[in-house]
Design a protein around this ligand. Structure first.
Ligand SMILES: [Zn+2]
Length: 86
C-alpha cells in the first residue's frame, strides 16, 4: 500500500483493488479499481468514496487502495457502489 495511489484512476492503471471496510459492522469487501473508475471517473479521490454495506446497509467509512494478487483473487465482490457525488 502506498501513499502515491490517491485517485481511482491511478489505482485502476495499476489494476489494484479498492478495499472497503464498514465502519459499523466491520464487514470488508473488495472492488476492482477499474470498475469503480467506470462509475465515478478517473480523477475521483479514493478517500472520498462512499459505499453501502451489503450486510447492514450502513455507509462504509473507509476505502483504501490494495494490490491485486492474481494468484489469490478475492472470492466475491460484495460491495455495491452507491450514488456518487462528483
Ligand atoms: Zn456493515
Amino acid at each position: 500500500m502506498t501513499r502515491t495511489i490517491d485517485t481511482v484512476g491511478r489505482a485502476a492503471r495499476h489494476d489494484m483493488l479498492i478495499r472497503v471496510e464498514c465502519g459499523h459492522c466491520r464487514h470488508v469487501g473488495h472492488l476492482r479499481a477499474r470498475d469503480v473508475a467506470r462509475v465515478v471517473g478517473q480523477g475521483r479521490s479514493i478517500d472520498t468514496l462512499r459505499f453501502v454495506c451489503s450486510r447492514c446497509n450502513a455507509r462504509a467509512a473507509k476505502a483504501l487502495p490494495m494490490e491485486y494478487d492474481r494468484d489469490r483473487p478475492p472470492k466475491v465482490m460484495i460491495w455495491v457502489p452507491m450514488e456518487f457525488r462528483r
